[in-house]
Design a protein around this ligand. Structure first.
Ligand SMILES: [Zn+2]
Length: 189
């Protein structure tokens, strides 16, 4: 069935599996929300400012790796459509934003983000983020659009040769067959 011009799988392909980064992202996001909940539970006659600050900073600190992991998981899930965890990654992003903003409002750190002086910095960061990612998602979008689910092949984005998911690799945010990907390096995710 496999044509001579097709790069097939070297091994038997594995069934759908959960993306570990999506799971870690959800765990970190839950820690962030839990610390926020503990802070809220501490309000009352026994309120301790130092403890509240520590808890909210911990909550914001946990939200950052949660968002970063969910972001990486999103890329990995687009690059390997067999993996599961897209829902977990989305839930992690929502929970992490909730924990980050909730804690940031309590300890007033979010107020700094609302200063008009800070807005040009914010706009710059957003532009930089999308500029860095435009090529990234273009390659992934093209890969997904041409990926064949039943044969698990997608054409190499350099030479166009249909390449199995377990045989090709990502170089500079593009899907390459083994021939185009040389010199071989570590697997990028
Ligand atoms: Zn190629």
């Amino acid at each position: 069935m496999a044509a001579a011009n097709v790069v097939s799988s070297p091994t038997v392909s594995v069934d759908a599996r959960l993306n570990p980064k999506a799971l870690y992202a959800l765990e970190a996001a839950l820690v962030s929300v839990l610390l926020l909940a503990l802070t809220l539970a501490g309000f009352g006659p026994w309120f301790h400012e130092g403890l509240a600050l520590a808890l909210t900073l911990g909550s914001m600190g946990a939200a950052v790796p949660a968002m970063a992991l969910a972001h990486r998981a999103g890329h990995e899930l687009r690059r390997d459509p067999r993996q599961l965890g897209g829902g977990l990654a989305k839930a992690a992003v929502l929970l992490a934003w909730g924990g980050f903003l909730g804690s940031g409002i309590i300890n007033n750190l979010v107020l700094y983000l609302l200063f008009p002086l800070f807005w040009p910095v914010l706009v710059g960061l957003i532009i930089a983020r999308f500029a860095l990612h435009s090529g990234d998602t273009r390659g992934e979008d093209a890969f997904l659009a041409t990926f064949d689910r039943s044969s698990q092949h997608a054409p190499c984005q350099r030479c166009g040769r249909p390449t199995h998911l377990d045989s090709g690799s990502w170089r500079s945010d593009r899907w390459y067959c083994p021939g185009c990907a040389s010199p071989p390096k570590g697997v990028s995710a």
